[in-house]
Design a protein around this ligand. Structure first.
Ligand code: ATR
Length: 317
């Protein structure tokens, strides 16, 4: 257990008056007070400190900042010697023009969740794709590569997952959404990479076939054994409808929900009732955190410690 008291959630004024000291990490969101990132990263930093006392100087805080406050906050993070920052809603897209270097995968996702202040250079990464790949592998015994994937939804979460499916070499990716135009836009993006990048071997190295379709057509379209990923917001609220007609899907699917709270959405319950293997988004949260911390520290991080910290964190931090 930690000897250090948890840091409070801070605002921009608190960041302005922060005294320099130690090596700082943080998560930034609006809102951020329910984030599991602080307990998860603090537990991992403690385990690193047990091996190397230098990590006792590292801290992980939380900042609740509005979108318009982000540019000043980034300048302050630089000035006050922060090493890394996780970004969550609504900052992942708006941060892009503020970066010196954007990792190519993050650029394809058009979203950054990990800032790395490396010397004078601010680099942006996206560890969400790595998180989903590792979580799927952990839950179902194999990752996204070589398998058919049905991705439900066409918001920011779906865009990152779609890029990762192509990066990992899914055999076929169907992006299904209520609003077909949004699914078509993501499909075009992952087929061809960001605007101006005509080298499709870079954006789609395994030549994954990518299709967009209205959600109601998906069950009759995908083959048996499809990995179905819920990247819609359906399931966050009690009483939400299912994101797809589960009863009409073929045999031997696996269900992955990017939602982790509630731990079992109606989508996962329906999959379990049909005998499919199911997994919620906790593994994705944990593994994106592992990747971020590895970027900042250069050390391997134990995912089990981070998962355990999420599972034992107070429900309302
Ligand atoms: P995020 O950035 O977290 O992915 P988002 O951009 O708000 O969130 O996307 C939410 C996704 O859930 C969208 O795909 C949305 O479908 P539309 O693009 O058609 O709006 C989907 N979604 C939300 N409520 C829905 C509902 N009642 N029925 C079907 N899809 C829904």
């Amino acid at each position: 257990m930690s000897g250090k008291p948890p840091e409070p959630v801070r605002d921009l004024a608190a960041l302005r008056s922060l005294e320099p000291g130690g090596i700082r990490l943080a998560v930034v969101g609006w809102p951020v007070r329910h984030s599991l990132s602080p307990p998860m990263h603090r537990a991992a930093l403690e385990s690193l400190a047990a091996l190397d006392p230098a990590f006792a100087e590292w801290t992980y805080g939380a900042y609740e900042l509005r979108p318009e406050e982000l540019p000043e906050a980034i300048a302050l993070f630089r000035e006050k010697g922060f090493r890394g920052v996780n970004l969550t809603v609504p900052h992942k897209v708006e941060v892009l023009p503020l970066l010196d270097v954007v990792d190519p995968v993050a650029e394809r996702m058009a979203a950054v969740n990990t800032l790395f202040f490396e010397g004078g250079c601010l680099r942006g990464f996206n560890s969400d794709g790595y998180g989903i790949e590792r979580a799927v592998e952990e839950a179902f015994g194999r990752g996204l590569g070589g398998r058919p994937v049905l991705l439900l939804g066409a918001g920011g979460a779906s865009r990152a997952a779609a890029v990762q499916c192509v990066e990992s070499g899914a055999s076929h990716l169907w992006i299904a959404n209520r609003t077909i135009e949004k699914a078509a836009a993501i499909a075009a993006r992952v087929r061809a990479g960001p605007a101006g990048d005509t080298d499709t071997t870079r954006a789609n190295p395994a030549r994954t076939t990518v299709s967009a379709l209205p959600t109601k057509e998906a069950p009759a379209t995908v083959p048996p054994g499809t990995l179905v990923i819920n990247a819609t917001s359906l399931g966050l609220k009690r009483g939400d409808p299912l994101p797809v007609e589960v009863a009409e899907l073929p045999e031997n699917c696996c269900f992955f929900d990017m939602i982790y709270n509630p731990a079992e959405t109606p989508f996962l319950s329906a999959g379990r009732e049909r005998g499919y293997p199911v997994a919620n988004g906790l593994g994705m949260l944990v593994h994106q955190g592992v990747r971020s911390l590895e970027i900042w520290t250069g050390h391997q991080v134990d995912a089990r410690i981070m998962r355990n910290a999420c599972q034992t964190a107070p429900a309302d931090g």
